[in-house]
Design a binder for this molecule. Structure first.
Ligand SMILES: [Zn+2]
Length: 372
């Protein structure tokens, strides 16, 4: 049997399996149970959080033939449920607006609106990336949305709701999906590893959850890669290599040198990091996130990391804010920079150039905190 990628294998078949979108799921369940189903839904949220997955589940709920009316618990056994799941239902049409933006496509699609569903309860249209539609297409769609036949339901998904005309949005029940928290992702990946019989550890899972940046799909793709990399198991060192993650201890060393104004040491650490073949964008992100931790610790004393507490105690608070800005600035521009390594070097040089300690010789105020 061919290998099925995790993102596909673990695509939810019921609302209970949806991760991190309880608020949206609850609204949908309520509306079905109270028999107050809207005729148009707009799912918005960043990529990979489950917009089309939830839309497909809703389609199954609406057309499941296990009961006389829509159900919040589709059976996954009737012809209608199965055909939607397999993408073969003749009454459930999926359209990718990104590839069919033109008004002629929309007219063709809408021409079938008035004919009744062939075998199911509703004729359901899922328009993905709906914000890509042309103005003409939106106008044609709006006309139908104003007076939709009772057997028609529109499900729309978008990563960019700002680009959807207000007139269209006002006809929809808009549901905003959240980015999924790191903890929820980590738990989810842990369960999947258990089901797959893959040996894993918290560090690996946490690194993958962090890199997924709130997207279940991206996380599962990384998990697939990490499992392949680790030859069927997850090993933190391999995962770090795969993700280009640098050990926190090296970042702390770097930040400590910057704080003390030890230029040579800072660049020596950067050379050590280079040997690990890092992703410089990730490195910069990690550096910024550590400066953030230092800054928080200066105000809240909430870090349980010794290195962070140590750096926080000796770094000037204003300097900390300044290097955070320098880091963010470098991060914003890293893609326009011809060499990512140079971008990081310039960022470090800039941080070092503004080091308050150096100003002693010039007679300017020394703002560094005393070590006591
Ligand atoms: Zn069913």
């Amino acid at each position: 049997m061919s290998y099925q990628v995790l993102a596909r294998k673990y695509r939810p078949n019921s609302f209970d399996e949806v991760i991190g979108q309880d608020h949206v799921v609850q609204v949908i369940k309520n509306s079905i149970e109270q028999e107050r189903v809207h005729q148009a839904f707009l799912f918005s949220g960043t990529r990979g959080v489950g917009k089309t997955t939830i839309a497909r589940l809703l389609a199954k709920c609406l057309n499941c033939m296990s009961s006389d009316s829509p159900t919040s618990q589709p059976c996954n056994k009737c012809e209608s449920s199965i055909s939607i799941q397999e993408g073969k239902s003749i009454d459930f049409l999926e359209i990718d607006a990104a590839s069919r933006t033109g008004v002629e496509h929309m007219r063709e699609l809408l021409s079938s609106v008035h004919t009744s569903p062939s075998v199911s309860r509703f004729k359901i249209f899922l328009i993905d990336e709906v914000h890509m539609l042309s103005k003409g297409s939106f106008n044609a769609l709006l006309k139908t949305l104003e007076e939709p036949p009772s057997h028609v339901i529109f499900l729309m998904a978008t990563t960019d709701p700002e680009k959807v005309p207000k007139t269209v949005i006002s006809r929809c029940l808009q549901l905003n999906l959240k980015t999924v928290s790191r903890n929820e992702l980590q738990e989810h990946f842990k369960k999947i590893c258990e089901k797959e019989g893959i040996k894993s550890d918290d560090e690996s899972l946490s690194l993958i959850a962090k890199s997924a940046e709130g997207s279940v799909r991206d996380g599962l793709t990384l998990l697939d890669q990490a499992i392949a990399h680790g030859n069927g198991k997850l090993v933190a060192d391999d995962v770090k290599k795969l993700l280009g993650t640098i050990d926190d201890s090296l970042i702390h060393e770097l930040l400590d040198s910057i704080t003390d104004g030890r230029k040579e040491d800072a660049f020596k650490t950067l050379n050590d990091i280079e040997k690990l073949n890092p992703d410089y964008e990730v490195l910069l992100k990690d550096l910024i996130s550590n400066i953030h931790e230092v800054s928080l610790h200066q105000f809240l004393e909430d870090s349980n990391k010794e290195a962070i507490a140590n750096i926080a105690s000796k770094m000037d608070e204003q300097y900390c804010q300044l290097i955070y800005e320098i880091g963010i600035n470098a991060f914003q521009k890293i893609h326009t920079h011809p060499s990512p390594r140079e971008a990081v070097e310039m960022c470090l040089l800039r941080m070092l150039a503004f080091q308050p300690v150096q100003n002693i010789n010039t007679g300017e105020v020394k703002t560094q905190k005393k070590k006591d």
